[in-house]
Ligand binder design. Structure first.
Ligand SMILES: CC(C)(COP(=O)(O)OP(=O)(O)OC[C@H]1O[C@@H](n2cnc3c(N)ncnc32)[C@H](O)[C@@H]1OP(=O)(O)O)[C@@H](O)C(=O)NCCC(=O)NCCS
Length: 163
């Protein structure tokens, strides 16, 4: 069965609150399959307020994914080589949108001349990044509010593009 048609583009700075709301729902609904209720509540309690969120996005290169003209997910890249955010609408999970966003992130990272791309992958995102060639450097226990959550520092070396 073929998946949905996914349109990717650079985020233009419009409606940052829609991205934050998508993130909130992805944590509240999708991430619940891998983290317990206390950990999800703690994660949600540390989401930024709108002003901090706008600043975080302004400092990044954000790629948004649309299916059926609806925002379906986004990824944020931060120089000199970090995948800072990766979230997909829970109503559109497991349709290849995360994979498409990471593939585009790699293209952008190479175009920027970055030699290495790192990320802190959640339990859910780890297989996706592994499929894209990232390797686990270490398992981490990160503090979110009153809880500690497991994630993985991962990295991918990016050979320079031959001209
Ligand atoms: C992680 C996330 C971005 C994946 O987005 P997605 O569009 O559903 O992922 P894809 O459909 O492209 O899946 C790619 C691969 O990732 C893995 N994967 C994705 N969702 C998974 C799940 N719920 N359980 C197990 N593996 C999963 C699978 O290997 C999958 O390949 P497959 O479907 O061929 O088996 C999404 O689940 C999400 O927003 N999660 C909550 C927030 C989060 O953890 N963000 C990552 C922070 S680094």
């Amino acid at each position: 069965m073929s998946g949905p048609s996914i349109r990717l583009r650079r985020w233009r700075g419009d409606a940052p609150e829609a991205l934050l709301e998508l993130l909130r729902r992805a944590v509240a609904e999708t991430a619940r399959s891998c983290y317990d209720g206390d950990q999800i509540d703690a994660w949600l309690s540390t989401l930024p307020d709108p002003a901090r969120w706008r600043k975080r996005l302004a400092d990044a290169e954000v790629i948004v994914a649309y299916t059926d003209s609806q925002l379906a997910g986004f990824v944020a890249l931060r120089a000199p080589g970090l995948v800072d955010l990766l979230f997909v609408d829970p109503g559109r999970a497991r349709q290849g949108i995360g994979r498409a966003l990471v593939a585009r992130a790699l293209v952008r990272a190479r175009a920027c001349g970055w030699r290495r791309l790192a990320c802190d992958a959640s339990l859910l995102a780890r297989p996706l990044f592994e499929a894209a060639g990232f390797r686990v450097l270490r398992q981490q226990r990160v503090t979110r509010g009153q809880c500690r959550l497991t994630n993985f520092r991962m990295a991918l070396e990016l050979p320079p593009i031959r001209s």
